[in-house]
Design a protein around this ligand. Structure first.
Ligand SMILES: [Mn+2]
Length: 372
């Protein structure tokens, strides 16, 4: 090979190698050895995650539990309330101790634990009824999460808001701690689930090349990724399909001048359609498929005086700012949430009223983005 070509190749490989490492997280080596020490010292580990646990919360909790059991530890996953039905197919999901169903057993378990691992939440109030139980426990505590502004009190905090999922972060941490060899098929299945659900099946927040290296590691452990997708993600019920169809057909309001779409569902409408938790999951993303819509709002009236506000956006539109400034919430630039205690009508009027003040974030139609 002549030297000119060799130089060119070196340059090319160097360029892409440096690009690929830009988003990979940096975890402090001291944190990793502390984590390893805490795991080695523990015999009875409780793992907990946020209320209304999603794929990432359940996936990371079960993924870690399987790994710890392979190490010979007792590992108990305790969730504040029951996970959505589609997650119950995950290996070990049937053994989850649900705090709302078995509060006494949950409290006893936390008291017995010598280590508690808190996964996928940034504030204690996110574990709802489990807060006093965890607070009372004498166990050492590890907190691993990817949400912004973590405030969970713990002996070891590993926070990485740049990570697309807690599951991805967990795998990278276990790998660094020399424990990847203890991750078997069941653990890998659970970890893959959270990586998949938190990125909409790798359709957003999924440009970190390390995601795909980790997927390849998980595939190597025998996971059936297509089956996980089908069972966990691409599964529905007649009620859910009809509710989402109704929401889009009858309840979607478009304000193209502000790049805005609003979908709202009242308490009454939810009841009429036999709503169960998880049925409106990812509905908020749908309007973003429309040309010119960069900001999507979904309002769900869970109680007469409580509306769950969810927002998604594309590009530079900062929905975390909208949620923070007006709905007592926050999140990421393109995915955020908050709440409203006004009526549904008043909440919609409020959003329409504040929309013009965010027009400066709309993409400039005179300078359309270049093609891919
Ligand atoms: Mn998550």
């Amino acid at each position: 090979m002549n030297s000119e070509i060799r130089d060119l190749m070196r340059k090319f490989v160097g360029k892409y190698r440096s690009m690929s490492s830009t988003q990979s997280i940096c975890i402090d080596d001291r944190q990793i050895s502390r984590l390893r020490q805490m795991i080695d010292d523990a015999r009875y580990v409780c793992i907990t995650c946020h209320v209304s646990p999603d794929g990432d919360a359940v996936g990371s909790s079960l993924g870690l539990a399987h790994m710890l059991r392979a190490l010979g530890k007792v590992a108990v996953v305790i969730t504040p309330d029951a996970p959505a039905k589609n997650l119950m197919c995950l290996p070990g999901a049937q053994d989850i101790l649900v705090g709302s169903h078995h509060p006494d057993a949950a409290a006893r378990s936390f008291m017995r634990a010598d280590l508690i691992v808190c996964l996928d939440f940034n504030e204690m109030r996110r574990i709802d009824r489990l807060v006093p139980m965890v607070d009372k426990s004498p166990a050492a505590r590890i907190h691993i999460d990817h949400h912004l502004d973590p405030t969970v009190p713990a002996d070891l905090v590993i926070s990485s808001p740049a990570s697309s999922s807690t599951c991805l972060l967990l795998f990278q941490i276990l790998e660094k701690a020399g424990l990847a060899c203890m991750i078997g098929r069941d653990s890998a299945t659970c970890i893959y689930t959270g990586m998949m659900t938190d990125t909409g099946n790798f359709s957003y927040n999924a440009s970190d090349p390390d995601i795909y290296r980790v997927i390849s590691e998980l595939l190597g452990r025998g996971i059936d990724k297509d089956e996980i997708y089908r069972r966990v993600w691409f599964t529905s019920t007649v009620q859910r399909m009809k509710l989402c169809a109704f929401a889009i057909l009858e309840k979607m309001q478009l304000y193209p001048e502000h790049g805005l779409a609003i979908i709202s569902l009242s308490r009454q409408e939810l009841i009429e359609h036999g709503y169960t938790r998880g049925d409106t999951e990812s509905l908020v993303n749908q309007p973003l498929a429309l040309p010119g819509i960069v900001w999507s709002v979904f309002l769900r009236q869970d109680e007469d005086d409580y509306i769950k506000v969810s927002m998604r956006s594309v590009g530079d539109f900062p929905v975390n700012q909208v949620c923070h400034d007006h709905f007592g919430g926050g999140g990421h630039k393109n995915a955020a949430g908050g709440e409203s205690h006004a009526s549904l009508e008043d909440t919609i009027s409020k959003i329409i009223g504040l929309a013009p003040s965010y027009d400066s974030y709309l993409p400039d139609p005179a300078t359309p983005k270049s093609n891919l």
